[in-house]
Design a protein around this ligand. Structure first.
Ligand code: UDP
Ligand code: MG
Length: 314
């Protein structure tokens, strides 16, 4: 028997929200009156999260657990969930209830109308710092201007995708997963539903600044090589300027008796250029590091334990 809906919930140290998350999702999904599975992907939690999910598995056959051997990251957890999912429509949602589960109902409606991808676009965000809101707003617009793929602004990974889209996503082998970008990249008929992003129900964000920066860089590097071209543009501009300046220097040397003066100008030119060169090296390094990751072809994640998956079904 085929499952109609798969709900994928990546969880990392989410013991504070798990019960309520399960209850809210179950309420929504049970009301659809069709078979569904709730796949919790435990991303190497160090708290009681996997134990709690495992207990849910014992009491509810809809619940399934995939437990990673360590923390592999949010995007990888989503990927593992997609690979294990069997539903004709697959829904990805955060555990912290910032994305209200009830929005899934309107996503499913759109899917029934024939859309293959229904993403949630947040029209407001509550309970997040001004810094996060401002950087997120700026970032999504920067990403859009840098890439040729039409990644909608202000959307996260809260979305519904059709089985066909999920199968295509599963066939992609890239290591640096930027799921929301990949979903846009694969195409198909896409639409949005809008919603208000709530405060985190409990616990704190699992995205400290360091992870956020890494995630943001992944988005840009996997979908654009414009930053690399920056070297070409800045380089040509600077060379042109330098050439003009060289003419001035030669003129002063040959036709006037002005002596070269000032360490300030020499020093500032040297500082600017060294800065630029290091910046460019850094950008190139970001790409090379990721190319290195791809060539190693390590598995994306390692599973420590699964539970609730019925083997005949597979
Ligand atoms: N998450 C994860 N692995 C990580 C970080 C986060 O699986 O390394 C999960 C987390 O449990 C949550 C979702 O990803 O379900 C989004 O994380 P969070 O709500 O902390 O991010 P924010 O909303 O603050 O950006
Ligand atoms: Mg959150």
């Amino acid at each position: 028997m085929s499952v109609r809906f798969s709900v994928i919930v990546p969880v990392y140290n989410e013991e504070a929200v798990l019960e309520v998350c399960y209850a809210r999702l179950t309420e929504v999904m049970a009301n659809m009156n069709e078979d569904y599975e709730l796949i919790f992907v435990d991303d190497g939690s160090r708290d009681q999260t996997p134990v709690m999910v495992s207990r849910l598995c014992d009491n509810d056959s809809h619940v399934k657990l995939i437990s990673f051997s360590r923390n592999f990251g949010h995007q990888t957890a989503i990927t593992a969930g997609m690979e294990a999912s069997r539903g004709q429509a697959v829904i990805v949602i955060d555990a912290d209830l910032q994305d209200p589960p009830e929005v899934i109902i309107s996503m499913i409606e759109k899917w029934r109308e024939g859309y293959d991808v229904v993403y949630g676009r947040r029209v407001s965000r509550r309970g997040e710092t001004l810094f996060k809101k401002a950087t997120a707003k700026l970032y999504y617009r920067l990403l859009k201007s840098l890439t040729n793929v039409d990644i909608p602004v202000d959307t996260g990974d809260f979305r519904l995708i059709d089985r066909r889209v999920c199968d295509v996503m599963n066939s992609l082998t890239e290591q640096n997963r930027y799921v929301r970008g990949l979903v846009s990249w694969v195409g198909f008929r896409q639409t949005e539903v809008t919603y208000h992003r709530e405060e985190r129900f409990a616990g704190e964000t699992k995205y400290p600044l360091k992870k956020m920066i890494r995630f943001a860089m992944d988005g840009i590097t996997t979908f654009s090589y414009k930053p690399l071209k920056l070297a070409t543009y800045v380089g040509s501009f600077v060379s042109f300027g330098s050439f003009i300046y060289l003419l001035v220097v030669l003129y002063l040397k040959l036709f006037t008796d002005k002596t070269v003066s000032g360490w300030a100008s020499t020093l500032s030119v040297s500082l600017i250029f060294n800065g630029l060169v290091l910046l460019m090296l850094g950008i190139i390094g970001e790409y090379i590091g990721r190319i290195y990751d791809e060539t190693k072809k390590r598995p994306l994640y390692i599973i420590r334990e699964t539970k609730g998956f019925n083997h005949e079904e597979k």
